[in-house]
Design a protein around this ligand. Structure first.
Ligand SMILES: C[S@@+](CC[C@H](N)C(=O)[O-])C[C@H]1O[C@@H](n2cnc3c(N)ncnc32)[C@H](O)[C@@H]1O
Length: 229
């Protein structure tokens, strides 16, 4: 579904490559660990140290890769569409291989990974099928696919992924609403089974970062994580 149907902020919207190309320099200062890394900590259906190899789809600056390595995952490969984000991942030196390209068409080998992961990426994709089918192709039998996403419920409040320019202007990055039922249909269609799903709600940790959210958004789910196998 088009995000524009729900938009309440009406920021100028940039394409993914252009948006993250501009955001890259300040991305790490603005993204909150409570969105995604907190959810990875809560997952029970992934034995991280048992994952000898992982592929990070939409690896950005390498935040997810760094978390994976700290959690005991072996070699991590990554791919991202935005050169400026990838450059920062390269400087971080947590990945074995990095590639510039689309999550739906990676240059990596089939069934080569114990784990495929994508974090805060799916809301930028017009459709989910390419992401899930590529994750299926890349993971070996018995492997896991972890997807962390910006919650469709929260996107429907009309707030896209966005950042502030140096002059204070807020700009959004192209976003799409994928319902939970879309994820389930596409994931099952790709040949996965859903093993676990959790949601991150606006709670004390969120309000510590964004005090203004307490009144308007308290208790609403803002991100989610799924484990497919
Ligand atoms: C919000 S960032 C998330 C980065 C990283 N996973 C993290 O959690 O910090 C979204 C990233 O997805 C990338 N991205 C969006 N669409 C993509 C696509 N179709 N193929 C590859 N990367 C994509 C963007 O370039 C950006 O680096």
């Amino acid at each position: 579904m088009k995000f524009e149907t729900f938009d309440t902020r009406h920021y100028p919207m940039l394409g993914v490559r252009e948006g993250y190309g501009e955001w890259a320099a300040r991305y790490e200062d603005t993204v909150l660990d409570v969105m995604d890394l907190r959810l990875l900590d809560r997952l029970r259906m992934v034995d991280w140290p048992a994952m000898a190899s992982a592929v990070d789809l939409g690896c950005g600056t390498g935040r997810t890769g760094a978390w994976l390595r700290a959690a005991g995952v072996g070699a991590v490969d990554g791919i991202d569409l935005t050169p400026e984000m990838l450059e920062r991942a390269r400087a971080r030196k947590v990945h074995r291989r990095l590639a510039l390209g689309d999550v739906a068409a990676t240059p990596f080998e089939s069934e080569a990974y114990d784990l495929a992961i994508t974090s805060l990426v799916d809301e930028h994709l017009p459709t989910l099928s390419g992401l899930y089918s590529e994750a299926r192709r890349l993971t070996r039998s018995g492997g896991r696919f972890v997807l962390v996403g910006y919650h469709p419920h929260f996107l429907m409040f009309g707030i896209p992924g966005h950042f502030d320019r140096a002059d204070g202007q807020s700009v959004g990055v192209e976003s799409h609403v994928h319902l939970t039922s879309d994820h389930i249909a596409v994931g099952l269609g790709a040949g996965f089974r859903l093993l676990e799903m959790i949601e991150g709600i606006v709670d004390e940790d969120w309000v510590a970062e964004k005090p203004k959210w307490a009144e308007r958004y308290w208790g609403h789910p803002v991100t989610f994580a799924m484990v497919w196998g």
